[in-house]
Design a protein around this ligand. Structure first.
Ligand SMILES: [Zn+2]
Length: 62
């Protein structure tokens, strides 16, 4: 199953965290469900993490 959208799992601001109100280019991706990745070097790395994250959740739910 290819999961592109899942309720409760979104990636606001490309998943970037804010430090002193600046979006961090390098840092963890943070899903709206509260899960967080390791530090990642780019938006595309964070999007990939989020895809895998949703895939894992979808597998775990079934
Ligand atoms: Zn999530």
């Amino acid at each position: 199953m290819n999961v592109t959208r899942m309720a409760g799992h979104t990636l606001p601001n490309e998943g970037r965290i804010y430090v002193n109100s600046y979006r961090q280019l390098i840092g963890p991706a943070v899903c709206s469900c509260g899960d967080q990745s390791e530090d990642l070097p780019s938006d595309s790395a964070r999007r990939k993490w989020h895809r895998d994250h949703k895939q894992q959740k979808a597998t775990a739910d079934r």
